[in-house]
Design a binder for this molecule. Structure first.
Ligand code: TRP
Length: 347
């Protein structure tokens, strides 16, 4: 193939890359559930797509954080995602509030977002019920801001969990409405992207349900946990009195420990304990010890990077600055077009 032609193909392929976008709430620390449920897939996706990943700090104002909490959380989240493998050279990593075009698009989308449809959103109803003293307009219009996040880069795919599907449906509604009103096919209609077979459920250590930071002390293993606290949490995980007859089905709390082994341990280790369970010779203490050590092997390099990155203010601010620039460039282009087609023309 002539030299120039393959270069052309490469370029063409590049510009046809699908745009993937996701927002990250700046709350708390990443745990193994976040890692295997989302972050690991972001890391893979940045290889094949044009990815935008951002920290949703405008969104977080609905809960009125103090300025220092807000800043600290944003930094922590940025550090942890970098430590877990997001690469600022491959993906555009930015902080939402560094791109004020998003706020402008949000304002514009709000003009065609109706009270009735916003009030029907499940997350809104839940929040309103849980915090009746703080049902602010930002909470109500959360779906318009999320739509602005997505549409500002004309994203095609949005990797989100089940809990965000209704929000994404709203984005599609707003995009279609805008296209109908102003310009056919202007915004691509974004699709949810939920990893299919890659999706693994990571349970917590308290015997039931999934790993989560709000599920109580000791339920989640954080990427920033030191070996000592990992051992302590794992050794305290809930178990039962052990199997009574060969090959019996594992109760949820035991199944959960095996699910965790599955993600951090080798297949030999998994088979070993599985056989022991099935012939009733298992000692949960041994399983937990092994699980804790394998978790440590997995998390320790990430924890070290978290420590290094946290101390490297200049690198972190460089990452944020470069991300802001790239995101800004893409957002500016969309906003310019939007202003034009809705009739904001300069005199
Ligand atoms: N609402 C998402 C969450 O709570 C975060 C988010 C904000 C987001 N804007 C987004 C996700 C845009 C995907 C796309 O997790």
């Amino acid at each position: 193939m002539p030299f120039g032609y393959s270069g052309f193909l490469k370029k063409k392929r590049n510009c046809m890359k699908e745009i993937v976008l996701s927002g990250i709430r700046p709350t708390g620390n990443l745990h193994l559930g976040n890692y295997f449920g989302a972050v690991r897939n972001f890391v893979k996706m940045q290889e094949e797509n044009q990815c935008f990943f951002f920290i949703a700090d405008y969104h977080s104002l609905t809960t009125h954080p103090t300025p220092s909490d807000l800043h600290g959380n944003v930094k922590q989240v940025l550090v942890e995602y970098l430590a877990a493998g997001l690469d600022p050279e491959k993906a555009t990593l930015y902080i939402q509030s560094d791109v004020p075009e998003i706020a402008e698009l949000y304002l514009i989308l709000n003009m065609n977002a109706y009270m009735g449809e916003l009030e029907r959103v499940t997350t809104f109803k839940e929040k309103a019920r849980k915090q009746p003293e703080n049902v602010n307009a930002g909470l109500l219009t959360y779906p318009s801001l999320m739509a602005a996040d997505i549409l500002i880069h004309k994203a095609h795919k949005v990797p989100v969990g089940k809990d965000q599907e209704q929000h994404l449906e709203m984005t599609r509604t707003f995009a279609r409405r805008f296209n109908r009103m102003y310009k056919e096919d202007f915004f691509p209609i974004p699709q949810a992207y939920n990893f299919g077979a890659e999706l693994v459920k990571i349970p917590g250590l308290d015997g039931s349900g999934k790993m989560g930071k709000s599920e109580g002390e000791g339920n989640a293993i954080f990427l920033a946990d030191d070996p000592k606290s990992i051992r302590k949490k794992v050794m305290r995980a809930v178990t039962d009195a052990g199997p009574e007859k060969p090959n019996q089905q594992k109760p949820e709390m035991i199944e959960n420990l095996f699910s965790l082994l599955k993600v951090v341990s080798s297949s030999e280790v998994l088979t070993h304990f599985d056989e022991q369970y099935n012939n009733c010779s298992i000692r949960y203490g041994d399983l937990k010890k092994q699980l804790a050590e394998d978790m440590i092997v997995f998390t320790e390099p990430i924890r070290q990077r978290i420590i290094e990155l946290s101390a490297d203010e200049s690198y972190i601010s460089k990452v944020a600055r470069i991300g802001a620039e790239k995101a800004h460039e893409s957002a500016k282009k969309t906003i310019k077009e939007v202003r034009e087609i809705i009739g904001f023309r300069s005199f």
